[in-house]
Write a protein of this length. Structure first.
Ligand SMILES: Nc1ncnc2c1ncn2[C@@H]1O[C@H](COP(=O)(O)OP(=O)(O)OP(=O)(O)O)[C@@H](O)[C@H]1O
Ligand SMILES: Nc1ncnc2c1ncn2[C@@H]1O[C@H](COP(=O)(O)OP(=O)(O)OP(=O)(O)O)[C@@H](O)[C@H]1O
Ligand SMILES: [Mg+2]
Ligand SMILES: [Mg+2]
Lengths: 294, 339, 513, 339
């Protein structure tokens, strides 16, 4: 078909919960959009690292000759040039989540917001805790994304008098979340709050707290909006009272916007910041997707 | 020391065994001292229990790996295999809960399914290695990718979670204790003892050593080399299955992140324990201590704040190398003195 | 032959009051030794007497615990790890000492490659490798990998390697143990050529006739002590043996008992084809000792390995005691009472890095089970038995087999095979590296076994052995039976004629009988 | 195994060399056919160039790994080492840009620094393996953790990015071509040829094989075993350094995610190429083809949508095992026929 429009979608592989959700949403959006628009062909490729993703971008151009690219960069800086190379072929560029160092490359920017996520988590902590209270932090993998969240959180918590006892990497992994929390519990007799920053970690943390029988002493703030956690929030779980959204569905939004560029008449540009709102018992309903794997 | 020198030269049987595990044991003791001095909470009953329980997963898998490596093979697929088995167990148990309600039978079905998968997966590795004559490294690199992909696929990129009915019944397998020792630790002890007996007191263990040390001699000595080799992979699969059975009730879930890098940890435990990567020589006792050392390092890093988080990996690396150096070193001095 | 023996000439290499202990175990006690240019000086002694240890010290591989070495009259400390080669001291190890994955040419030049502009001169190395092997009349492809060669070929490559180096002192530790008469003759020619050029040769062998033929002086060691160094002309094989063993050696070979022509056939082979074997048929009767003679690579080992199921036979029928016995696996042949002892004790026979006991029982581990567990008492008893029966001398029970002297390894392997209590025994080079005293014991054991009704095939390159033991001898040549000898026909010249292809094996009927 | 022994028994020289690389080559050809049939764009000049350029990283590292493995060692640290070298290069070049402006010298300083680090890191691995007598597996597992941690630490958990002035000067090293062949491919060709010559035409290569085949024999042949072994690790470090030099201009950055799992890919390339993991026998030509096979598999997975992305790893695994089976299998049949 002459007027077949090819859209490449380049995302990281499903190596942990959040990315799994993102992959799922991308696949669902592909099915939906291809069914609705017969002249649209979407090609999703997944990468294991920045270099791998740069290769994927090359392949999308050289093999598939895409007209548009939706990309969630593994890391901003290394992928800026490869994305520019795609843009130079004349393709329409939608960047998701992690901005490029040179925003002029992109036509559309759809994003969650790591900084906001850190800040919102800290703000919630401040509403529950005060001077002299102790929290521990479980971080993801040492990457840019994690560092952004962490720095924003630390910035926002400063001056509140809340004590950060320690922070350790839990690799966005339930098992590591469980073990690191076990060790925090063994080490600190007084913990009032836990920032787990990711819902996979949260699940492990919760089990460790339950094992130690210290559910009544503290609460946990997760992140991302995993369905199990959102459900818990909805049901008024005291241990995990809130979650901070970091929506894996943003990839679907980005794909929608990109398809729109081709099927609607008006030009599509600009930024779509989805934000990282606090999920509470009141608003949890609207963030609950029981069919999503995440 | 001068006494021990004599004994090393003309060893009495029982004593020699003690000496061999002495190296890794020494490293473990030093590590415990380090941990305690960094944070006395290290030796709290709760923390010790945690370490023991955690080391059970890697430890059980590493016992299996000791046989594979002793017979001159290697298995890179264990971590993915664990994730895969856990995933299928959960799917099957959820299905069972759906069709006949949650009961002890649900768990037993899951366990049965795990054992079958473990043995089957091990057999496939063994079969491809011995019959298709592909290097174990390549075979298990391949199955490693395959199992991990399959679990990701089954979980649709996300997480497979055990239905809460089954979870409640299954939970005690990880969280309960017997005589104040957690069940996973009992399983570990049990596997270690069986493994030790198999390795040191049965024909099978002797055959593994013979094959790893010289395959030709083994063949000329009427040993069914292919069969024994395959058996080591099956045994490894069985160990992975057992580890998974105690792993699943812990968090009740499996995803593509389950068991990542367990293969490296298991192999490291085996080698820290004094087994040689080239085969021909296996020490179950050392492997157990190796698993404890690895777990203790992780725990110690979580108990202290003196080093940047970013350097965890570096500290871990330094300690592993130092631990092995210590034990090999202490062996060397003993040997020198003996001469 | 040359003047070296007679003329008082200065020794090129000498050892003074050398002692050596491994750990606390003494192996050599204050031994003196010297070698002059152009001389062949033989060292003999029982297995484990310390011969290999002495020459390792003389070539720097081991350092003496006390005593001194002089080279060219200077007291020296020889450099370790074969670096003494640079000084002109070249050693052929008793253990085959080749890297299995290298090619023949690579091995010959390992450690002193020929280079052109810094790069390997492969063409020149191949050429010289071919040339030196030509001199030794070996026909192996210089590009063949070592692991594809037979044991004998490997030995020849080792010899070629040593000869091709610029040796002033050439030390050979039982080079002829796996060689047949022909190869041995060629080797001796080369040795004479070298000594004529003034090279000093130290030669270890258990074959006393070789020593009588080659050496000018003989040093006898017993239990690490120097017994004597004497000129060969003053010796007879009997007197050497007596010095070695410390007692009179009567008949080396036991009297042959009359073979029973009506005895049942226990092993019958018809039309066997396998790798290295082109159509072999023969029968073995109960109580018979059947010798297999032939040149290196004539396919004797290949026949044995095909029979017991170590290699895949492409055609032919084997039956044991009348029943079809097409073994696919060694276990089956052992189960059927047929045992094979390999000639490659290092590569195929023994695990060098473990102790005596696990090696002895490896083939028959099932016999030492109590329930499903190994019964180490029963294993220990088996070892005790084997040590007594085959006079295995290990200084202590914990030594690894790799540390045993060569002959004792061979005895251990014999013990390992006999553990399976076979009715039919195929022994490949059974006395390889074994001293005369023990040889006599082993020959008596073989004869006794035959008398008991066991049937034995002896594959040997040692002509005397085949002749002295066998009731019948089959001679192989290029994978086929070239001749079949019985009774009075079994003489060296006849065997050689068949083996070399000068004489053909007469009518098929006779051969296949 | 026993069969393989005899194939080479009466080989014709020229033919044998052809046969040896024929196995992996056959697998590569089949893969190319598969790629083309899935999507004819596979053989576009652009795509072929992409594959070749990408395979340069792993290929160059794998050439080094061939020496390490041939001499009986293993190096798990190469991926981390690449990340570490890239990180330090960037820091140094940024500093140079800051203090003396961006010029060709900046890049040369970076390159020099990379070479020094590569050689140094390789030497450390070699030293610990040979002098401290710790198994190569453990040593490099340790340094793997150490280098990865260090780059994370230097980057403060983020990304180290090359200053844009330097980037512009350095960029052509990855993106430009000479005679229509990209520079990285030239470097790969160059490294492969040097590697081949070293392995097959110098005493060093012979010593590697001898040591991997039988260390005692090598030692008795007056080969300085420790020195040669250390040299293989240094060579490996040098190769990592070269790979990093062409990697940095590609993305202009380094982070903790750089070079993850390259060690596994490099080892896989070596073994797919026909070198034995146990040592004694190395084939540079095979390694090059192995690297191409691995890169082509990744590319082919991007060519088509017929299988779920979740199953990428599985397809990769199956193809690797099948490729190795094919080549070993084809060898086997040939051998059978040869008899
Ligand atoms: N590395 C070693 N460690 C311990 N003991 C050793 C070692 N090498 C040799 N021995 C012992 O030294 C003694 C002498 O051995 P050696 O090999 O010199 O004997 P040999 O005269 O060459 O015997 P054979 O005729 O059987 O070859 C033996 O008892 C042997 O076990
Ligand atoms: N499995 C095999 N495949 C191909 N050729 C083989 C095989 N086994 C042996 N051969 C070849 O058959 C010939 C006979 O070898 P074999 O080892 O049986 O000879 P031998 O008479 O025992 O001589 P030696 O004195 O060397 O032991 C040799 O050329 C050998 O390379
Ligand atoms: Mg599509
Ligand atoms: Mg000897």
């Amino acid at each position: 078909a002459q007027d077949q429009i090819k859209i490449g979608v380049s995302i990281p592989a499903a190596t942990h919960g959040f990315m799994g959700g993102l992959n799922w949403h991308a696949a669902e959006a592909e099915k939906r959009l291809e069914a609705a628009n017969p002249n649209i062909d979407i090609i999703i490729v997944t990468a294991d690292g920045p270099a791998d993703q740069a290769s994927d971008l090359e392949d999308l151009v050289s093999v598939h000759q895409i007209q548009a690219l939706v990309v969630l960069p593994f890391e901003s800086e290394p992928l800026t040039e490869p994305v520019r190379a795609v843009a130079d072929t004349g393709a329409f560029i939608t960047v998701v989540d992690r901005g490029l160092t040179d925003p002029s490359i992109q036509d559309v920017y759809v994003s969650g917001n790591n900084t906001e996520m850190g800040v919102n988590s800290a703000e919630y902590m401040k509403t529950r805790l005060g001077e002299g209270d102790n929290i521990v932090i479980l971080r993801g993998i040492p990457t840019v994304l994690d560092t952004e969240r962490f720095d924003a959180f630390m910035g926002a918590i400063e001056g509140s008098g809340i004590n950060v006892l320690d922070n350790k990497f839990a690799n966005w992994n339930r098992d590591d979340g469980f073990e690191v929390m076990q060790d925090f519990l063994a080490r600190f007799p007084d913990i009032d709050g836990v920032w787990a920053q990711d819902d996979d970690i949260t699940l492990g943390v919760v089990e460790a707290i339950k094992q130690a029988g210290r559910e009544s002493e503290m609460f946990v703030v997760g992140g991302a909006g995993m369905k199990e956690i959102v459900k818990g929030v909805m049901d008024g779980d005291a241990l995990v009272p809130v979650d901070v959204l970091y929506p894996p569905a943003q990839i679907a939004t980005a794909m929608d916007v990109t398809v729109n560029h081709f099927i609607s008449n008006g030009p599509v540009t600009g930024s779509y910041i989805l934000g990282s709102p606090l999920i509470t018992q009141e608003n949890a309903e609207q963030f609950y997707f029981p069919d999503s794997p995440f | 020391m001068s006494v021990s020198t004599h004994e090393a030269a003309k060893p009495v049987k029982g004593l020699r065994i003690d000496f061999k595990t002495l190296g890794p044991l020494l490293a473990l003791v030093l590590l415990v001292i380090l941990g305690y001095s960094l944070n006395p909470a290290f030796l709290n009953e709760g923390n010790v229990t945690n370490i023991l329980t955690r080391s059970a997963f890697i430890g059980i898998i590493a016992v299996g790996a000791t046989f594979v490596i002793t017979a001159g093979g290697i298995d890179l697929s264990v971590g993915s295999m664990a994730a895969f088995i856990a995933g299928v167990m959960i799917i099957v148990m959820n299905w069972a809960v759906g069709s006949m309600g949650a009961s002890i039978w649900t768990v037993l079905i899951g366990v049965g399914c795990s054992l079958i998968l473990g043995v089957g997966a091990g057999f496939i590795n063994g079969f491809l290695t011995t019959k298709a004559k592909i290097e174990a490294f390549i075979v298990t690199l391949g199955t490693m990718g395959i199992y991990r992909s399959l679990v990701t696929y089954f979980a649709d990129g996300g997480t497979l979670s055990l239905a809460s009915g089954a979870r409640d019944i299954y939970r005690p397998v990880y969280y309960d204790s017997f005589l104040r020792i957690p069940i996973p630790v009992w399983v570990f002890i049990f596997v270690a003892i069986i493994g030790w007996v198999l390795m040191n007191r049965t024909a099978f263990g002797r055959y593994c050593m013979a094959i790893g040390s010289n395959e030709h001699v083994a063949r000329y000595s009427a040993i069914k080399v292919d069969r024994v080799r395959t058996a080591t992979f099956v045994l490894q699969g069985l160990c992975v299955s057992l580890a998974t059975i105690i792993y699943v009730p812990r968090l009740g879930s499996a995803s593509s992140a389950t068991g990542v890098l367990w293969e490296l940890e298991a192999i490291a435990a085996v080698i820290i324990g004094g087994t040689m990567l080239k085969g021909g020589f296996g020490r179950i006792g050392g492997t157990v201590i190796g698993a404890l050392i690895l777990t203790a390092i992780g725990n110690i890093l979580n108990l202290t704040e003196i080093i940047s988080n970013y350097l965890n990996g570096a500290v871990q690396g330094v300690i592993i190398v130092a631990a092995v150096y210590l034990q090999r070193g202490s062996l060397r001095t003993r040997r020198k003195k003996a001469e | 032959m040359n003047s070296a023996a007679g003329t008082p000439m200065q020794a090129i290499l000498s050892a003074h009051r050398i002692s050596k202990s491994f750990g606390e175990i003494p192996v050599l006690f204050s031994v003196d030794f010297d070698i002059k240019p152009g001389e062949v000086h033989a060292i003999i002694g029982e297995n484990g007497a310390g011969k290999s240890t002495l020459i390792k010290i003389l070539s720097g591989i081991e350092q003496p615990t006390s005593g001194t070495i002089s080279y060219d009259g200077q007291t020296v400390t020889l450099p370790p790890n074969g670096e003494a080669e640079a000084l002109g001291i070249v050693l052929i190890h008793q253990e085959l000492n080749l890297a299995e994955h290298l090619t023949v040419a690579d091995s010959i030049f390992l450690g002193r490659e020929l280079k052109k502009f810094g790069f390997l001169d492969l063409g020149e190395m191949r050429k010289r490798a071919v040339a030196v092997m030509e001199r030794l009349h070996v026909h192996v492809d210089p590009d063949a990998r070592i692991n594809t060669l037979s044991v004998a070929d490997k030995q020849m490559v080792e010899i070629a390697k040593a000869i091709s180096r610029d040796a002033r002192v050439l030390i050979m530790d039982e080079p002829t143990a796996v060689l047949s008469v022909g190869e041995t003759e060629t080797l001796f020619e080369q040795i004479r050529r070298l000594t004529a050029r003034g090279v000093a040769v130290i030669f270890i062998s258990h074959k006393l006739d070789e020593i009588m033929e080659l050496a000018q002086r003989v040093t006898v060691l017993r239990d690490g002590q120097l017994i004597a160094t004497v000129g060969t002309e003053a010796l007879t094989p009997d007197s050497i043996a007596q010095m070695m063993v410390g007692r009179e050696l009567s008949n080396l070979f036991p009297p042959k008992h009359e073979p029973d022509v009506d005895a049942p056939v226990v092993l019958s082979v018809r039309g066997l084809k396998a790798p290295g074997v082109k159509d072999i048929s023969f029968d073995l009767r109960k109580g018979e000792i059947l010798g297999f003679a032939g040149l290196i690579g004539s396919g004797r080992t290949a026949v044995a390995e095909a029979i017991v199921g170590l290699t895949h036979k492409s055609e032919g029928e084997v039956s044991v005691a009348g029943k079809g016995a097409n073994f696919a696996h060694v276990g089956q042949s052992v189960g059927a009472g047929l045992a094979y002892m390999t000639k490659d004790r290092k590569g195929r026979g023994l695990l060098l890095n473990v102790g005596l006991q696990p090696n002895l029982t490896l083939l028959t581990l099932k016999k030492h089970l109590k329930g499903i567990f190994l019964d180490s008492n029963s294993e220990a008893k088996a070892l005790e038995r084997a040590v007594r029966r085959f006079d295995i001398r290990a200084r202590d029970a914990s030594v690894r087999v790799g540390q045993l002297s060569g002959g004792n390894q061979q005895k251990l392997m014999l013990g390992k095979m006999m553990e399976s209590e076979p009715d039919i025994i195929i022994m490949d080079e059974p006395t390889r590296g074994i001293d005369v005293g023990t040889k006599q014991q082993i020959y008596h054991i073989i004869a006794a076994l035959a008398a008991e009704g066991k049937s034995i095939i002896v594959i040997s390159s040692e002509m005397q052995e085949v002749i002295g033991l066998s009731h019948r001898v089959l001679v192989m040549r290029e994978g086929r039976l070239a001749g079949r000898l019985e009774g009075a026909e079994i003489v060296e010249a006849e065997i050689m004629r068949y083996a070399a292809g000068i004489k053909q094996g007469g009518d098929d009927e006779r051969i296949n009988a």
